[in-house]
Design a protein around this ligand. Structure first.
Ligand code: SF4
Ligand code: SF4
Length: 493
């Protein structure tokens, strides 16, 4: 019979209280605009892609509501995660480029760039790979992406680079990897001239606070906030001509995708050889059976728990491609979680800390704010949460997150915790970001603490006897799509 794991949220929670002050603090952090810089010492490649818009971003930073920020923070958070997900396949990641080091004429001083990734070519030179998160799937990369990649090529002095695009669906929040493009820029001198000219125009406009000589944005910003605010008027100026994009030769590069997947699979095999032991994260305590079956890979067969005939073969596990696709599927929501987490950290200064806890040979890290362990979750339900514990622990609430919080609280010996909830589907309102302080029932929290100490041993025994049946079940909503369903048989017994 399955053992008892972390108790149900409805048993754990004694009281919840909305915390509007904490919500406003984080909201202000997310929507805060930086003041204009005193001078423009360096100009990033991303500003040179569209200097008309960059001018207004530098000189007239405008606040935006949370709904407008969702797209931006999902984009930047997702981009970071994509880099991590794809880093297993690309050769090098995160490289800083400085125009002073770029070969050729005219000089590109003061131009800087941060490259997502790059590859070593057979001739020993590096070529850039730009990772893009695109909302619409098209026949060729967007002009602004081609312009950006061309500038990286010029800074590195190579004619060829790649665009690795991930299609992001803002409504469902799911993402999919597209076949990469190989892009060739045969006239690097043209690219350098365009970069130097845009850098000089932007610097002059910034110093004189006069945008009249800057080209207007070439891409139609239907709801450009600078136009809506009456600060900038596209119609009066010539549009920027994307000469770099027009000079690019493009072809699909499926072989690059295969190469990335092959490398990622090799590196993942190396990692699992190095790390054969069961790895427990705090999240694993809610899914002990998944941990068990994952640790049993890759045995071909396993004896039946009762010592009977041959057991069904163990699952071979997801391929590297499936693993990457799976991690991409949630990349937008995880991106938002990461960005809200970062805003919580920044908003609280020294009232935020990452506490290390060593227990039973394991070392855990628990983020704490105002003395309470916390977590951030994105919720995809089209209405806000009410303020009762019944709401939070119910099916439309965040029951498993509360159980996760209870684990963290019991680890720290705290009786309270905090949850930051980002309501993805709500338009901007007071309810887009909700914060609740949660007080737990002490005896049930104690039970959670005992489970925390007991599970490592339970897992070890289960693995030694090849019998998972005494282990607690994972949250039942996970079972229908679980890769271990046929082995686990959660409804048996
Ligand atoms: S108003 Fe037009 S030119 Fe000005 S920033 Fe917006 S899109 Fe660009
Ligand atoms: S079938 Fe359910 S209980 Fe079993 S491992 Fe999968 S998710 Fe966990």
């Amino acid at each position: 019979m399955a053992g008892r794991g972390v108790p149900e949220a409805s048993l754990l929670v004694r009281r919840v209280e909305p915390n509007l002050t904490a919500a406003l603090l984080v909201r202000d952090q997310i929507t805060k605009v930086s003041p204009p810089p005193a001078e423009l010492t360096q100009v990033s490649v991303s500003r040179l892609v569209n200097p008309g818009r960059a001018y207004y971003e530098l000189t007239h930073p405008l606040p935006e509501d949370l709904a407008a920020h969702q797209k931006r923070i999902a984009g930047s958070g997702a981009h970071d995660l994509l880099e991590e997900a794809l880093a297993a396949g690309v050769q090098f990641t995160e490289l800083w480029l400085h125009g002073e080091d770029a070969p050729g004429d005219p000089p590109l001083d003061r131009v800087t760039a941060r490259l997502d990734a790059c590859e070593m070519r057979p001739d020993g030179r590096l070529s850039p790979t730009e990772i893009k998160n695109v909302g619409t799937e098209k026949e060729r990369p967007a002009d602004e992406h081609l312009e950006q990649l061309g500038m990286y090529c010029a800074l590195m002095g190579v004619e060829e680079g790649r665009v690795l695009a991930v299609h992001r669906d803002d409504v469902s929040g799911r993402s999919r990897l597209l076949v990469p493009w190989k892009v060739r820029y045969s006239d690097l001198a043209l690219v350098r001239r365009a970069m130097a000219e845009r850098r000089d125009l932007l610097t002059e406009a910034f110093e004189k606070k006069d945008a009249s000589r800057l080209p207007a944005c070439p891409w139609w910003f239907a709801r450009c906030k600078y136009r809506e605010a009456g600060i900038c008027d596209c119609g009066r100026r010539e549009k920027l001509v994307p000469v770099i994009a027009r000079s690019a030769d493009i072809e699909r590069d499926p072989a690059y995708l295969e190469l990335l997947q092959k490398r990622a699979a090799e590196r993942s095999a190396e990692r699992s050889e190095e790390d054969a032991a069961v790895r427990l994260t705090l999240g694993s305590f809610l899914t002990p059976r998944k941990v068990y079956f994952a640790a049993r890979r890759p045995p071909e067969t396993s004896p039946e728990p009762d010592g009977g005939g041959a057991a069904p073969p163990a699952s071979p596990g997801p391929t590297e491609q499936e693993r990457v696709e799976k991690s991409l599927a949630r990349v937008n929501t995880r991106g938002v979680e990461r960005q809200v987490f970062s805003a919580v950290r920044r908003a609280h200064g020294t009232r935020y800390e990452m506490r290390s806890v060593d227990r039973d040979g394991h070392s855990w890290k628990v983020p704490v704010v105002d003395g309470k362990p916390f977590l951030v979750r994105v919720r995809h339900v089209g209405r806000a949460l009410g303020n009762s514990s019944r709401e939070l622990t119910g099916n439309w609430g965040v029951p498993d997150d509360l159980r996760q919080l209870a684990l963290r609280a019991s680890l720290l010996g705290a009786g309270e915790a905090r949850v930051y909830i980002w309501n993805w589907k709500l338009a901007d309102s007071e309810m887009k970001l909700q914060v609740f302080d949660v007080r737990f029932e002490p005896p049930v929290l104690e039970e959670t603490r005992s489970y925390l100490g007991a599970l490592p041993q339970q897992l070890e025994s289960a693995l030694a006897s090849s019998d998972h049946r005494g282990l607690p079940l994972c949250p039942r909503w996970m079972c229908p799509k679980c890769e271990f369903l046929s082995l686990c048989q959660p409804d048996a017994g």
